[in-house]
Design a protein around this ligand. Structure first.
Ligand SMILES: Cc1cc2nc3c(=O)[nH]c(=O)nc-3n(C[C@H](O)[C@H](O)[C@H](O)COP(=O)(O)O)c2cc1C
Length: 529
């Protein structure tokens, strides 16, 4: 049994038994940047993207799989609306950073994708070959400037294809490669950070999946590859940074013939080094061990069907069920929804119950994120996650906890009765009143079964699916005019007991709140892109 089992157990218990170093206090004055800084690297502006009216959230979530090809404006639009800075948060909310938000040096810039703690630790690299519009090379997406920084000139795509191994991406010469420098999250969350950043990866991939599908494109990420080889290409320090996903992009005008394999006499490698802002950086033993565990067998992609024993369990037939109404169509442009997406942070107010149709809409969106179209999942196989729902204030649905069954769009009763007191007692931050959320959705996965099926690297897949669920909630809620938020700060042992999850081997991995907010909130509009 690998270290990921141990880590998964420690995460579930952390609400009662803090993870080491329990007395850790972040040094906020010496925090790292949210992104890498390459002062010497040449940068290139990105063009504007014009979205057609049919690029709606409805199509992004529920439309057909895309068959189109990326262009530079499309790549630019997808990056800007997912991870680029698009606005500044200045509204009054219940987080402890409220007082500092008006100071420019502490400005909190918003993005289309949510991120644990708002730390945004993912570095997006574009490895572009001869079909691309720029000189072939390795580019880093600079989120504050919405520009590409060239870290290496020359076609390095053969390295990516070799790292992917075999068929996947074999006919592509454009790739997005997602890396995380752990310090960018661990300076705050220390040992917990591996759990958070792996969900962040899923959240970003889900934004891309929605965005791309709405534009007739496809995102199929690889999570298994020769990570050491890619780390070498990108000039990463293998102990302190990881490569978590590779996304091959079908590019307009790329020759359909496969690029000839390049026999590189030397391996290309980025030499530009990130200029770290923190004067003192630290590594954490648990993060180092977890990273090492997920690197084991990284290039040995599990065969089709390997996850069959670890998929979400079917909802048992029968039981006391409440039918949900059909979801409402989400005819809002993806870009509009992503730009208006935000966390509620303590603003829920349940004076008016949520229409059941709104809950149904968000649950249908979550359902689309149960699979990621990733390299290890078998096309057409079931999802890796399913959802429980605590109903506080939804019109026509009795208060209680339920299991959502997407097959007939119903809620199967787990336990009757108002859950508000349970929810608030088991939330350990002060920024939300969970009782005032209309409903709290809890995505679960069979983490242990996944690790047994595909090894420790499966931890990344489980968490990516949960991160994707969170971004589906954010995007659908924004499109439906609802408020939402997600949180990791809950006692998972209590949730396991409350939902009787010991019997199913499921782990409650996130809480996702939806509802109405207090009317007429204090805010200040500050859009920058
Ligand atoms: C994986 C993940 C975990 C999160 N955990 C929490 C949490 O425990 N508590 C919380 O208030 N917000 C949590 N959030 C929300 C982030 O704090 C939020 O997305 C980020 O600060 C940016 O703010 P915005 O969503 O308003 O843009 C989480 C988000 C993600 C994606």
């Amino acid at each position: 049994m690998g270290f990921a089992h141990e880590y998964a157990t420690a995460i579930v218990r952390r609400g009662r038994y803090p993870m080491e170093p329990a007395d850790f206090v972040p040094d906020w004055a010496d925090r790292p940047r949210k992104g890498k800084h390459f002062p010497g690297a040449e940068s290139f502006p990105l063009p504007r993207d014009e979205a057609p009216p049919e690029a709606t959230v409805q199509r992004g979530l529920f439309g057909p799989r895309g068959t189109g090809a990326f262009t530079l404006p499309l790549l630019s639009g997808m990056l800007q609306e997912s991870y680029g800075l698009v606005g500044r948060r200045l509204a009054v909310q219940a987080n402890s950073d409220l007082g500092t938000l008006p100071m420019y040096t502490q400005a909190n810039w918003s993005r289309g994708t949510a991120s644990g703690g708002g730390l945004y630790p993912i570095g997006v690299h574009w490895v572009s070959g001869p079909s691309g519009p720029l000189t072939p090379g390795v580019y880093y997406y600079s989120t504050p400037h919405h520009r590409m920084r060239r870290l290496l000139a020359g076609d390095a795509t053969a390295e990516v294809r070799a790292a992917l191994g075999g068929e996947l991406g074999a006919d592509c010469d454009q790739f997005l490669v997602l890396g995380v420098r752990f310090w960018q999250n661990a300076f705050k969350y220390n040992s917990f950070s591996y759990h958070v950043v792996t969900m962040d990866i899923g959240a970003l991939l889900q934004t891309w999946r929605i965005w791309a599908r709405a534009r007739g494109l496809h995102i199929g990420p690889a999570l298994w590859f020769d990570e050491a080889r890619l780390g070498r290409l990108l000039g990463l320090d293998q102990d302190e940074e990881g490569v978590f996903a590779v996304v091959p992009l079908t590019w307009e005008g790329a020759p359909s013939a496969r690029p000839a394999p390049v026999e590189a006499s030397f391996a290309p490698r980025v030499h530009h080094a990130d200029q770290e802002r923190s004067r003192t950086t630290m590594t954490f033993e648990t993060v180092r061990r977890m990273h090492a565990a997920t690197l084991d067998g990284a290039a040995d992609r599990p065969p089709a069907g390997a996850l069959d024993t670890a998929l979400a369990l079917p909802v048992p037939a029968g039981g006391e069920r409440t039918a949900l109404p059909a979801p409402r169509p989400l005819d809002v442009a993806v870009g509009t929804a992503l730009r208006s997406r935000r966390s509620s942070f303590g603003r829920f107010q349940a004076v008016t119950p949520l229409p059941a149709e709104a809950l149904s809409t968000v649950l249908a969106a979550v359902d689309t994120a149960g699979t990621l179209d990733s390299d290890t999942e078998t096309p057409g196989a079931g999802p890796l996650s399913r959802s429980y729902v605590f109903v506080n204030h939804v019109a026509g649905i009795a208060q209680g906890s339920y299991l959502y069954d997407p097959a007939d769009r119903s809620l199967r009763l787990v336990k009757a009765g108002a859950p508000g007191e349970f929810l608030q007692r088991n939330y350990f931050l002060a920024n939300y009143n969970l009782e005032q959320a209309a409903a709290v959705i809890v995505p679960v996965a069979r983490t242990t079964a996944v690790l047994d099926a595909v090894g420790d690297r499966g931890y990344r897949l489980v968490n990516a699916v949960i991160g994707a669920a969170s971004q589906a909630v954010y995007t659908a809620s924004a499109a439906a005019g609802l408020s939402c938020g997600v949180a990791l700060g809950f006692d998972a042992i209590s949730f396991t007991e409350e939902l009787a999850l010991e019997e199913t081997g499921e782990v409650p991995l996130l809480i996702m709140m939806i509802g109405h907010e207090r009317p007429r909130p204090a805010d200040f509009r500050y859009e920058i892109a």
